[in-house]
Design a protein around this ligand. Structure first.
Ligand SMILES: CC(C)(COP(=O)(O)OP(=O)(O)OC[C@H]1O[C@@H](n2cnc3c(N)ncnc32)[C@H](O)[C@@H]1OP(=O)(O)O)[C@@H](O)C(=O)NCCC(=O)NCCS
Length: 148
């Protein structure tokens, strides 16, 4: 899916959250072991080593954590050249916290929370969460998009 700044569905930079939840883009706060442990259960990241997850947390253009009572319960990261294009990856909310808008809030904060990236071309892949991403302004790509 793709997203542009002109999309009317783009969300506020700091989405409102239910009590007890917090979003942060403080890279130092990411609990890499917790992120690795949960990503390991997801189809696209199965078998990804802890050291690789740690490298990705360090090297991604932006990393966002969702916290409940200070514990990491969600994550997203952004690849970007900082000037033209961003790619949203490794988005998750742990199952006990789903279904109350936290996934959409996490994505909105990842995409719109840094003004230097918010206006760039955004891309992502998803198997079944299209509706969540549509809320943040993502839509099916045109025939100009190819992948390999
Ligand atoms: C996708 C995910 C982050 C959504 O988290 P969440 O906190 O439940 O999301 P929200 O409560 O903000 O839901 C937003 C909307 O998307 C829909 N949605 C979320 N996940 C969905 C899924 N897997 N399939 C279909 N619809 C989904 C919800 O039904 C909701 O729509 P509604 O309010 O009209 O019912 C979470 O289910 C998850 O971590 N899944 C496993 C990892 C994953 O698939 N990540 C996305 C990879 S691209």
């Amino acid at each position: 899916m793709t997203c542009s700044k002109a999309s009317s569905g783009c969300s506020p930079v700091r989405p409102a959250l239910p009590d007890g939840y917090e979003l942060s883009d403080d890279r130092a706060r990411i609990d890499t072991a917790a992120v690795h442990a949960y990503l390991s259960t997801l189809y696209w990241a199965e078998g990804r080593p802890l050291a690789v997850v740690a490298d990705l947390v360090r090297s991604s253009a932006r990393v966002v954590g969702l916290y409940h009572a200070s514990a990491q319960v969600g994550f997203a990261r952004v690849l970007s050249d900082g000037a033209t294009t961003c790619y949203l990856a490794d988005v998750y909310v742990e199952p006990a916290h789903r279904g109350r808008g936290l996934g959409a809030a996490l994505v909105a904060f990842a995409v719109d929370g840094d003004p230097a990236l918010a206006g760039l071309k955004w891309l992502l892949h998803t198997r079944d969460a299209h509706n969540m991403y549509r809320r943040i302004g993502f839509h099916e790509p045109s025939s100009r998009v190819l992948e390999r």
